[in-house]
Design a binder for this molecule. Sequence first.
Ligand code: SF4
Ligand code: SF4
Length: 312
Amino acid sequence: MNKFQEKSILKIMGKLFKKENDLSKLDSTLKYSEDSPVRYELMIEGSKYGKRTGFGLKIIPTMVSIFRNEFKTVNTLKNNPKNPKKEITAAELQQLKDFAEKKGAGLIGFAKLSEQLVFENKAVLHPNAIVLGFEMQKDKIDTAPSLNCQHEVMRTYDELGIISNKISRFLRKKGFSAHAGHPLMGAALYPPMAQRAGLAWIGYSGIMISPEYGPRFRLTAVYTSIENLPFSEDNEHAWVREYCDQCRRCIKECPGRAIYDEAIEHPSGRITHIENTKCMPHFVNEFGCSICIKVCPFNNVPYEILKSNFMK
Ligand code: SF4
Ligand code: SF4
């Protein structure tokens, strides 16, 4: 990426940040709190580290689509109904699940958000989150670090941003209010949200691990006025943490030594796994790196097999 491209991106992002931050000034939104996390601005922070491989001309159409959909998440909020419905019927819920699946979401779960998951200076319209996961193809991830892998990660971000906006439009048509999140950026922290939704568990590398895709998926969410979603009350994947305790492969293979041996637990209960300043030089200069995803046993052996061996 040359200086001109970088400057243009920063200018576009400044406009987006303003729109996002303005949401936190509205009375009715769920806003950040004192112990909310600060969002890591990948696109801005990344520009401080080296030559940025993998962000060449080929990626531009995907980036344009990503930006378009990021803006859509805030620009379409004006389309929400004035008096949105708050209860979904069983038939409507099934239609929602079917629609999400048809659009490509491989994982769908439901979580109640607390303000500690909302990023500093941000807000979401509603605390009721529909959490969505989208698979990254194994053959591409297995080439990490590579241009192919980098494109797959960006494709996934783009697809999820599109799905999130489509689901929001679907909900608005049915009389609900919806606020689409975007997997690149977004107003709240997705991994703990997915954990709360019972979809997966956070591995040592900070990446979510699910039975369906192991560590090979990305997340987003749609925040909605629907108050009677089937919010998860438990999570059967907590054993993954004990597996990680014994595995630690991502820690050993990480070229930046960026994964903490012991994750940091913040007073709010939020857990930090990665030292971003150590990850970024590799992430930026080595096609988004992704070695921690590639080497994870859950990328190579089915979840149920690892589980049954581990439980013996
Ligand atoms: S992306 Fe690469 S550098 Fe960053 S944590 Fe994973 S393995 Fe380490
Ligand atoms: S590589 Fe091992 S320690 Fe790292 S996330 Fe995967 S299972 Fe956990």
